[in-house]
Write a protein that binds this ligand. Sequence first.
Ligand code: ZN
Length: 273
Amino acid sequence: MPELPEVEIVTRVIRPGLRGRVIQGAVFHVARQVVSGRRTQVTRSLIGQKVADVRRRGKNILVNLDDGVLVFHLGMTGTMYIRARQKDRFSHERVHIALDNGNELVLRDPRTFGKIMYLANGQRSESLDRLGWEPLSSHVTVNELRQKLANRSMGIKAVLLDQALWAGIGNIYASEILWEARVNPLKPAKRLTVDECERIIEAVPRILSRALKNGGSSIRNFMSPDGQSGAYQKQFRVYDRDDRPCVRCGTRIIRVVQAQRSTYYCPKCQKMR
Ligand SMILES: [Zn+2]
């Protein structure tokens, strides 16, 4: 599943090819992926609009237009690229947006869990409005974090997945962040100490910017139309490493299931205090 670093990479790769371009047509091949209304209507709204900018918010890609914004969520298997418009289509391509310079923006998404939403100026989206801090850029204080955790008795790992806290932290990086911060993933969020909160606040941007940097070498793989993702897995310190030694202390990494998702941690570095 594309996590924040991959979504950021896609955003950076497609931005230069989209900025300033005018949309000439749009085909949404899977109706249910368009969640903001009928796809023919969305197509009509898009034609003739100029792209002002492209940015990421959480795990969403926002294409800002003269009137409103076109939002893509890559779901489980989505990726996007720009190429010269062509008759031959690769398999699993679900969206084609024709641009005025002969290129097209493509969403390729084998499992079709990706979502597309168009919001005209002034229209709101509940899922966008509730997004929390940006992991790479928000300055978060310990007090702000403790306030948000005050009523949460679930384990901190499960709480980190709530997009209303930090937007864009997924299952992989939640484990990585807590290993880095030496916080037990099962500890009730409201019982975290000031020190633990501080370490999480430091770990969030560190882990995600490191992943982004490492992902840079696999941009080409990630962006290829056959959808092979790059070498992200190699960089994990704890995720998917159960029964293998902790790279910090040598203790065996444990895997537990928390809110139906796998969580990995080191029982020695991440003691329940
Ligand atoms: Zn350890």
